[in-house]
Design a protein around this ligand. Structure first.
Ligand code: SAM
Ligand code: SF4
Length: 438
């Protein structure tokens, strides 16, 4: 069993506050925590300011030691918003008649990718609704091929991560063959009763999102299909108790590690946003405050020190800055959440209407790079590990042995220099120059 609801409930009911300091000492060893310890620490930090401060200081320390000032940048690329599922919080759900539906042709993908390359992006996360006719796996595979083949000026997309619906082991094997980076799949909520309510089955649909177990087991199927780098995630705000989601997320991560010898490569922390044509985010759970969100980031950083933590443009610039200090290692930038959103500037208003959700951080990639530099971070466009086959267990082995740090730092600097030379604005270049990075 991947998620044991009763165990989480009893751990939630009896948090051992007095153990929090002992757990903090264990976390200082940088070997991570099991889900019970992590939950106990997070509950204690939520109730006790002093423990919260100690957790936050330790998270910063671990982040600085293992990741330095590097922040990896990426952008989502929406291929199709046709969907056969009924997720009530997502405007792509098949019952929503308020948004225009479309899927990109290979030529349109080329235009989107060129627009992304002209911004300076090297790493993408492909996004698609689930539809057997509009976005079957063959379409996704062809699109990945197209993306890797585009060499425009000095640009190239060097890592394509994929966030598509849960599928079979056989299809995951084919996805692996297309040389994807990480396969990302968010459980949305681990709370089964809530999951069933907000993912109602759709009559006559072949969509599988309504099936909690099928979705939950998908990351393990992907690993069995040969995909080494898996990204887990929770859509915070769907279920009222973020502590439950936090515990379950770690339980899931630990089950992958137990069975497949390696845990998730990344954990994404999206929060629900309002979107056209679907129930407003206020309808869900009790929401989650920025302070609670940042505590979750810090608790994750000390619990899974070697797992990348991703925060998207769903969060404001201010919240992202706090999340970076607490342990986030990857952020998206210059994102559009609609199909065709990068290359079709003339239709920006139309495109906004068809977006999956409203983003909060609307700055361009260049503005984000500049802001990172101003805040003493080192923006990184590095994809070297992936390109040199350092993935899955091999990657984790190197990271845990501390053997990768020096590579990462110099690769980050080299790829930043590429960005600065080819794409940056004059003010961004000047800041980098002042910092001796150009
Ligand atoms: N369709 C696939 C699936 O559902 O697994 C692929 C991912 S979907 C394109 C990307 C993610 O967007 C979903 O997993 C969900 O977490 C997130 N999402 C959907 N509606 C959202 C909303 N209103 N606010 C924030 N994120 C949302
Ligand atoms: Fe479709 Fe994914 Fe949106 Fe659900 S979250 S409606 S499966 S695109």
């Amino acid at each position: 069993m991947i998620i044991n609801h009763n165990e989480i409930m009893s751990a939630l009911q009896a948090p051992q506050k007095h153990e929090a300091r002992q757990i903090l000492s264990k976390a200082r060893e940088r070997k991570g925590l099991d889900w019970q310890e992590a939950l106990c620490l997070l509950s204690a930090a939520s109730a006790d300011k002093q423990i919260e401060e100690e957790l936050s200081a330790l998270a910063r320390e671990i982040k600085a030691e293992l990741y330095g000032s590097r922040v990896v940048l990426f952008a989502p690329l929406y291929l199709s918003n046709y969907c056969v599922n009924g997720c009530v919080y997502c405007p792509f759900n098949c019952g929503n008649t308020a948004i225009p539906r479309r899927k990109l042709t290979q030529e349109e993908i080329r235009r989107e990718v060129i627009a992304l390359q002209d911004m300076g992006h090297k790493r993408l996360a492909l996004e698609s609704g689930e539809h057997p006719d509009y976005s079957p796996l063959d379409y996704i595979l062809e699109s990945i091929d197209t993306i890797y083949s585009i060499k425009h000026r000095n640009g190239a997309i060097r890592r394509v991560n994929v966030n598509i619906a849960a599928t079979t082991q056989e299809e995951y094997r084919r996805l692996k063959g297309a040389k994807i980076g990480t396969y990302l799949l968010f459980q949305e909520t681990y709370h089964e009763e809530t999951y069933r309510k907000i993912h109602p089955p759709v009559a006559g649909s072949v969509g599988m999102k309504h099936d909690y177990d099928y979705h939950l087991n998908a990351p393990a199927r992907a690993m069995a299909g040969g995909i080494e780098d898996i990204g887990l995630g929770v859509l915070f705000g769907l279920y009222q108790d973020p502590l439950y989601e936090f515990a379950a997320l770690l339980m899931h991560a630990q089950s992958l590690e137990r069975i497949h010898g390696v845990g998730p490569h990344t954990i994404s922390l999206p929060r629900i946003r309002s979107a056209d044509g679907v129930r407003n985010d206020k309808t869900f759970g009790a929401g989650i405050t920025d302070a609670a969100f940042i505590r979750i980031v810090a608790a994750l950083r000390v619990s899974v020190p070697y797992t990348g933590i991703i925060v998207s443009t769903r969060e404001s610039a201010d919240c992202r800055l706090r999340a970076l200090a607490a342990g986030v290692s990857q952020i998206s930038g210059g994102s559009r959440t609609s199909v065709g959103g990068y290359s079709e500037a003339a239709n920006r208003e139309e495109s906004r209407k068809a977006a999956q959700f409203k983003i909060s951080d609307e700055r361009s990639l260049d503005e984000i790079v500049q802001w990172l530099l101003e805040n003493d971070y080192l923006p990184s466009f590095c994809t070297a590990c992936y390109n040199e086959g350092r993935v899955g267990e091999a990657f984790m082995g190197l990271v845990k042995g501390g053997k990768i740090k020096a590579h990462c730092q110099s690769n980050a600097q080299i790829t930043l220099r590429e960005y600065l030379t080819d794409y940056a604005s004059e003010p961004t270049r000047l800041i980098a120059e002042k910092k001796g990075l150009l």
